[in-house]
Design a protein around this ligand. Structure first.
Ligand code: FEO
Length: 172
């Protein structure tokens, strides 16, 4: 049985993952408005990643006999100044998510909830990847500057991103 505090905290994180999906969809729409379809594609794939994360929390809460309670989703930002601005925002957002996951791990420790502690290890590794994939784009954008001549090239590159759910985790 899931401790009540843990159940509540996991539900809060489920909401945070859905919010992330909502935020990245908003970024995809921003890029779409600039005809940067590759950038938009990257954000749509990011949305799928977040929904996958949300599904993992949903399944885990149920598996442990908890109760999923869907909450209101905050309105995300809708406008940014440039491609660089979006990726700086995204990087900060992912750092915040990493800190939320770390807080959950701490709670699992204090609640002596080893099963949840174990479940969260996947997210610890996932956040390393999340931050790294955003940072990889961010560094390139810093080199070319806001809407610099390399923007079109990066747009083509980001257009190739596809969603591949981790095989071992496909039951999530
Ligand atoms: Fe669900 Fe991008 O972290």
């Amino acid at each position: 049985m899931l401790p009540k505090k843990m159940d509540d905290a996991l539900n809060t994180q489920l909401n945070a993952e859905i919010y992330s999906a909502y935020l990245y969809t908003s970024m995809a729409a921003y890029f779409e408005s600039l005809n940067l379809t590759g950038f938009s594609n990257w954000m749509k794939i990011q949305t799928q990643e977040e929904l996958f994360h949300a599904q993992k929390f949903y399944n885990y809460i149920n598996e442990r006999g908890g109760r999923v309670i869907m909450q209101a989703i905050d309105k995300p930002e809708t406008d940014w100044d440039s491609t660089l601005d979006v990726f700086e925002f995204t990087y900060k957002h992912e750092q915040k998510v990493t800190s939320l996951i770390n807080d959950l791990v701490e709670l699992a420790r204090t609640e002596k909830d080893n099963a949840t502690y174990n479940f969260l290890q996947w997210f610890i590794s996932e956040q390393v990847e999340e931050e790294a994939s955003v940072d990889a784009v961010l560094q390139k954008l810093k080199m070319i500057g806001d809407f610099g001549p390399g923007t079109f090239m990066i747009d083509q590159e980001l257009g190739k991103r596809v969603f591949t759910p981790p095989a071992a985790e496909s039951g999530a």
